[in-house]
Every structure is written in C-alpha cells, then in structure tokens.
Write a protein that binds this ligand. Structure first.
Ligand SMILES: [Zn+2]
Length: 251
C-alpha cells in the first residue's frame, strides 16, 4: 500500500501495526503503534501515511467528529515538543514532525469539504485549479480561465456576466443603477443558496462511498469519486462566481 511498508518489510523482525505499515520500535524493538511504541511508549519517527491512516480510521467520509477531536487532543498532548525537551535530539525532532503532521491531518479531516477533496487527491482524482491565486495569475497573463461553466448554470452565468460587465462600465463612468445592483444582489443570493445545497448533496455521495469502501468494485468506487469531483468543481465554480460578484459590487 505505501512505499514505507515495502521498504520495511525487508526486516524480518518487522511487525504489522495499525494502518498497514510495518515497523518495530527504534528504541526497544517491540511492535509499535502508529505514533508511540506500545511497549516502551517512546515517540516514533513519522512514516509516510495518508491522514486517514495517521488517525487509524478507514478511508470513509462520514466520520465521528467528536472521536476525531478527542484523539487529536490526546495525541497533541502526548506528542507535544515540550515533553521531549530533555529527550534525545532525534526524539525531539520526531515529536515536532509528528505534531506538525497531526495538525495537518486534523485540519484536513475535520472539515467536510477539505476531507472530501483530500480523499479525491489520495485516490488520484484531481480537482480543477480554481484558487484565487490561479485566477489572478490567469488574468494577469491574459490566459483564458480553464474553468468550465457547469452546463446547468450556463444560461444564468451568461446573463449574470453581462450584467456584471454593465455595472463595471457604469462604475467607471462614476454612476450606478440601483435596479441593476439589486438584480445582481438577488442572483448572488441564489448562487449562495445553490452553493449550500451542494454540500447536502455531497453528503449523499459520502454514504454511497462509505458503503463501497468495504464491498464495492473499483468501477463502482470510481463512479462515486467522479460524481463527487463534479460536484466539488461545480461548488468551487459557484464560490468563485460569488467572489467575482462581490468584487464588482464593492469595486
Ligand atoms: Zn519501544
């Protein structure tokens, strides 16, 4: 599953630990948990695992948020670099690395959208690049934005873009039309509502995915991943559109 597991399986004393990686404690040689040795309790060097494995949970999208939070605080406490101030240099270093990994893993998994995007990434599915930075870079270099308009929004977006153009032109002339501003504001609200609705729809896909993790075929799983990708791309598109509208309204 991961490179490290293969590399370490060469050692005959290696044992299986949660998450499918194999290792023995660097200090006492006993079997160890993901972060600490279960025999002597010493912090272990981080192994390259995904965030689900880091928390020793299956790759599912419905998660027990309260349990994740408890584990996070428990691990934060046990991995805290202050505890290792008197320890060997390498242990100090590992506690720092593990703490940093812990923070990244927790921040990613606790957030519903970040969690889904992360799952897609580790399953090899890439989202369209739609960050603000990418959009600005595209504008600056005159490139056409790669973003594809979701088909169900084509008409609306076309109309809205015309109105935004009009308002931009008006603002340049130092005037603005209150009726136009009101109309654009109304459409912005609708887009925001759609953006919210998509989150509910996403959770429906989670349930399908979670069932398929244990019993589905690769093809079935790919299908749900593709649906989630499409949904997140649409959602990002809406978010960027609302951002553009705000820029014009406030500009
Ligand atoms: Zn040990």
């Amino acid at each position: 599953m991961c490179v490290m597991a293969k590399a370490e399986s060469k050692s005959s004393s290696s044992l299986i630990v949660p998450g499918g990686t194999t290792s023995a404690c660097w200090s006492c040689g006993e079997m160890r948990e993901a972060h600490f040795c279960s025999a002597c309790g010493k912090v272990q060097p981080p192994v390259p695992v995904d965030y689900f494995t880091f928390f020793d949970v299956p790759r599912k999208l419905n998660i027990d948020a309260a349990k994740l939070e408890r584990e996070f605080y428990e691990l934060s406490r046990r991995l805290h670099p202050d505890i290792y101030a008197q320890a060997e240099t390498r242990e100090q270093q590992w506690s720092l690395e593990q703490s940093s990994l812990l923070n990244d893993a927790y921040r990613t998994l606790k957030d519903p959208v970040k969690r889904t995007e992360y799952l897609l990434r580790i399953e090899g599915v890439e989202l369209e690049e739609q960050s603000k930075a990418a959009t600005e870079k595209a504008r600056a270099t005159g490139e056409v934005k790669k973003q594809v308009v979701p088909p169900d929004l084509l008409e609306e977006v076309f109309e809205l873009n015309m109105q935004l153009e009009e308002l931009r032109a008006q603002k340049k002339m130092g005037e603005d039309d209150p009726a136009l501003i009101e109309e654009i504001g109304r459409q912005k609200l609708e887009l925001e509502e759609k953006h919210e609705t998509l989150l509910k729809e996403l959770k429906g896909h989670w349930n399908e995915w979670d069932k398929l993790v244990d019993s589905g075929t690769e093809q079935e799983r790919r299908k749900v991943l593709a649906q989630m990708l499409d949904l997140l791309n649409r959602r990002n598109y809406l978010r960027n559109l609302v951002r553009d509208v705000n820029e014009v309204l406030e500009g």
